[in-house]
Write a protein that binds this ligand. Sequence first.
Ligand SMILES: Cc1ncc(C[n+]2csc(CCOP(=O)(O)OP(=O)(O)O)c2C)c(N)n1
Ligand SMILES: [Mg+2]
Length: 578
Amino acid sequence: MSTDGLEMKRSYPMRETKKENAESSTGKATSVIDYIVQRLADEGITDCFGVPGDYAFPVCDAVDRNPKIRWVGCSNELNASYAADGYARVRGAAMLSTTYAVGELSAINGVMGAKAERSLVYHVVGMPSYQNQRLHKIMHHTFGDGVFGNFVNISAQAACCHAVIDPDNCMIEMERVIAEARRNNQPAYIVVPADYARAPVTPTEVSPVTLKSDEASLKKAVAAIAERVRGAKSIVAFPAFTVARLRLQKEARQAIEALGCPFATTTMEKCIIDESHPQFAGLYAGALSAEKTRKIVEDAELVLDLGGISLNDETTAGFSGRLDPARFVSIGLNDVRIGEQVFGNVRLPDVLAALAKLKSPAPPYRRTPEQAQPVNGKPSDKITMDPLYPRYAAFIRPDDTIVLETGSSSLGLPPMTLPDDVQVHIQMLWGSIGWATGAAFGIALADPNRRTILITGEGSHQLTANEIGNMGRYGANPIILVLNNDGYMVERALEPNPDWSYNDLAKWRYADLPRALGCADWVTARVETLGELDAAMKAARESRSGAYIEVIGGRMDMPKALAFAHTRIKELYGDAAV
Ligand SMILES: Cc1ncc(C[n+]2csc(CCOP(=O)(O)OP(=O)(O)O)c2C)c(N)n1
Ligand SMILES: [Mg+2]
């Protein structure tokens, strides 16, 4: 995000701008909604994902006439929220626009996911006019009770801060929510009555907040970390997913290089630093980790958590690891915690910069490079998981962005070593299926210089597959790999009975979807053998437009990690499940 705008004082009204000519002025003072949209554009946002609606017309109009932001129409609000989440992960922040109640409520699951996984989405909602609210009119998209605040309270739960905008509070509230959203890197909910949206904004002098550490607190925190580092015979660092959200990968790498210690990642941080890095100790997933990785992590005297890793049931393979919280130094976005000591008001970038100046007495770690996983199988072989994931890994290139869906795919691909300069996005904590298809759209638009590769199961894909139409419409050219294994395999694996009817699906003709959804120039294929898969992947790579490959897998053919999860049903779901 550009921070230029944050340093200067703002004194408005600006002039209303027209899309055709950014400089032209109608002579009218800036409207509330033009101000809001421009202020978000100042944050570096160039696309607004959403679905229009009458209460939101002022928002949509303002986006349409603002020369800095493009309207990106989505098939529904859930997809739009996923797309905005994906876009924010790449660009630092995103804008989502939905209409009152029916729209915003449909978006809520996606915005909640962005909150859980710290992705900064500005959710801007248009609501019935202040006049009609004041008169308690019976309006559409309400319960017909003249009450207008009940959905605001719900949407606000999906954000870290919110503001109900009027002309007088607009400028102050915008600075407040932007500062708070950036502080937490979580969504902000901005709701504006339609008549207020069109009213002129009240000029107010505001100073945008710059997020800086408290110097004294930072000094103390760094001294305390340095002491722990000096006293530790072995250290392991965990760069957290938040490092990627704040785009601090370089700073985290520099800190790790200065310390010379090994670093590990959980699946949420897959490829956050190149996996060829000599200090990379491997993927940590509790008992599912390689033995060497597990020893480095679990035996380390000091665990440096850089950004707040999420040791949840998914990243730890059902809490199967042995991690002692007393050994942790936890560096969050805004504080540092060491045992019972908390240093508040210190920012992650400042702590990382200070760590890059520390030296550790622990012997520097250099890993022994391993062989890449071999690509096996004959062209005539049916596609099974063993040869599938090494093939995907060999197919992935530097500059690719991988979007991984929850399901068997999110267990199959992560153990593969991937090339340098690959980005991986996964929604592992919130885990809402369908996310990856929607997010892939936002991710593809956020950085068209990288090739977006979506890897999803067909069951998840059914939730949001209609977004493919908009991928074609807006010129995104992802490669989509859909594993069709005749149902919700991950669920079949997590239950004693794999044959419950609720894990079956309608049998779609997946490879026909792009054509039906308006992407007639996409490369499409339905593949059953390894040879067909190889040929289709080659064609996909060569295609300048999108590509869609339906990969036919076995109904119960699962990656190793999933078979392991099957043995930990009790830890995952409690005694009653077994
Ligand atoms: C919104 C939502 N609904 C339901 C679930 C529960 N769920 C988790 S994984 C999954 C099935 C995924 O199946 P599929 O995408 O076909 O992947 P597979 O494991 O078969 O490869 C379901 C239903 C969820 N996580 N999110
Ligand atoms: Mg499936």
